[in-house]
Design a protein around this ligand. Structure first.
Ligand SMILES: *[C@@H]1O[C@H](CO)[C@@H](O)[C@H](O)[C@H]1NC(C)=O
Ligand SMILES: *[C@@H]1O[C@H](CO)[C@@H](O)[C@H](O)[C@H]1NC(C)=O
Ligand SMILES: *[C@@H]1O[C@H](CO)[C@@H](O)[C@H](O)[C@H]1NC(C)=O
Length: 412
């Protein structure tokens, strides 16, 4: 049946192409193959919805039954028993106990037009245009090779060569079982469609070789991935340094979503204003000490789902490094620096209300306790383009201000 459908799609695509040819437009064989692969990929990725919601930002959100989500295409997940809740939360989360009212301060654009029923998960539908913007169908939804987040132990020439720039805080030298932080949300300007700007945490395992494990979550602006400049909630995972495994959001099988309120990859609001109101989101990622899966919670209320521990090698045990901060792509490797912004687009020294921040930076330790890390390092490739500052106080615990405008007089 599936094969039969595939053939029909192929025929449809060829017919479409020959009609287009008749109209005198030019098509290369490569473009035709790309399109055909894209059609097949969409068929695999988009699962039949129970309900569909059209978001004011142009997205289509499909409410897919929880047992039909892309995760279950994974061969290892055929016999997996879906877990609707973690067996343990980290000790020291105050909010769960403290307040029973839901936190509605942060919402997603599609909420204006409806909600997904119980037992379903909201999935941002992938459209033809999304796949066609990618360099290849195979790379759609994946970070480009070698975009390893910074690194102390990594060859700095390679870091620079890739065009990725970071301003991050990190901890290393221990075993980590999770991390939590609160990030204010902005809409950084992106100079070119193939660049992006994101603010996230990284849970890393391994020594930055070809088998680097990473779990990532935060917000991003990525015209290539989403086709617009909206700020979106995202996750990422890989178990082989961004090569064959892993992807953004639910764009491959692996992550299991259990939440029916939040769609990964969907736009979030409100955004912070320069010299005005500040809005932030909290993200907690932790390893369930009983089952071993890595769970993610968004805000105080939304347990989104989990990455099963067997997706990983190093992270099946624990994380060896955690990072918090921003990353942009500078696609102008020669000549002028990009003017793509990181965070608010302003430097850390401007402080609260102007610069972007991560506050209450915490890690989960071996005893499943959330705590403030002792020593936090910082790193940035070119501080005159994007910079970072560490700080500590009673309210915010450990925090950073980070970001910058990219191109400016000191970063030509
Ligand atoms: C799933 O369970 C069936 C029946 O118990 C078994 O034959 C099969 O090998 C299992 N598959 C995986 C991937 O574990
Ligand atoms: C995104 O912003 C850039 C300028 O920052 C603009 O050139 C581009 O048209 C915008 N893209 C979309 C899809 O709105
Ligand atoms: C990256 O390149 C810039 C400019 O070429 C240089 O100033 C900076 O030191 C390099 N950073 C690292 C970490 O090598």
């Amino acid at each position: 049946m599936a094969a039969h459908l595939g053939v029909n799609l192929a025929v449809a695509a060829l017919l479409w192409l020959s009609c287009a040819d008749a109209l005198g437009q030019e098509y290369s064989a490569a473009a035709a193959r790309h399109k055909l692969k894209a059609i097949r990929h969409l068929k695999r990725l988009n699962k039949p919805p129970v309900k569909t919601i059209t978001s004011p930002d142009g997205d289509t959100i499909d409410c897919v039954h929880v047992s039909r989500q892309p995760a279950f295409d994974h061969p290892f997940l055929r016999n997996h028993t879906l877990q609707m809740r973690p067996t343990f939360f980290p000790e020291g989360i105050v909010n769960n106990v403290e307040s029973h009212k839901k936190d509605h301060s942060m919402a997603q654009a599609w909420h204006q037009n409806g909600r997904c029923p119980e037992e379903t998960v909201p999935i941002r539908r992938t459209k033809m245009g999304d796949v066609l913007r990618a360099s290849s169908v195979k790379r759609y939804g994946k970070k480009k090779h070698r975009t390893v987040p910074m690194l102390v132990s990594f060859d700095p020439d390679l870091v620079n060569e890739s065009g990725h720039q970071h301003a991050i805080a990190y901890v290393e030298g221990d075993k980590y079982y999770g991390a939590k932080t609160t990030i204010n949300v902005w809409r950084p300007k992106i100079q070119q469609a193939n660049e992006f700007s994101l603010s996230q945490l990284w849970i890393l395992g391994g020594a930055f070789g070809d088998d680097l494990n990473s779990i990532e979550a935060g917000w991003q602006v990525s015209p290539e991935l989403y086709g617009d400049n909206n700020t979106r909630l995202f996750t990422y995972w890989t178990s082989d340094a961004y090569q064959a495994t892993g992807c953004y959001n639910l764009l491959c099988s692996g992550f299991i979503q259990v939440n029916n309120d939040i769609a990964m990859g969907a736009s979030i609001y409100p955004l912070s204003n320069y010299h005005g109101s500040q809005y932030d989101i909290s993200i907690l990622v932790w390893k369930d000490p009983q089952e071993g899966h890595w769970w993610i919670q968004f805000g105080n209320d939304y347990v989104l789902g989990y990455w099963p521990s067997f997706l990983f090698s190093y992270l099946a045990d624990s994380s060896s490094m955690i990072q918090w901060g921003g990353e942009v792509v500078n696609s102008q490797l020669e000549g002028e620096h990009t003017s793509t912004e990181m965070g608010s687009g302003h430097f850390p020294e401007e402080g609260f209300g102007k610069a972007s921040y991560f506050r209450n930076i915490q890690i989960v330790d071996e005893s499943n306790n959330l705590r403030t890390p002792m020593e936090v390092g910082t790193f940035t490739e070119e501080p005159s383009c994007y910079d970072i500052r560490n700080g500590n106080n009673d309210d915010w615990g450990h925090y950073i201000y980070y970001g910058g405008p990219g191109k400016n007089n000191n970063c030509p």
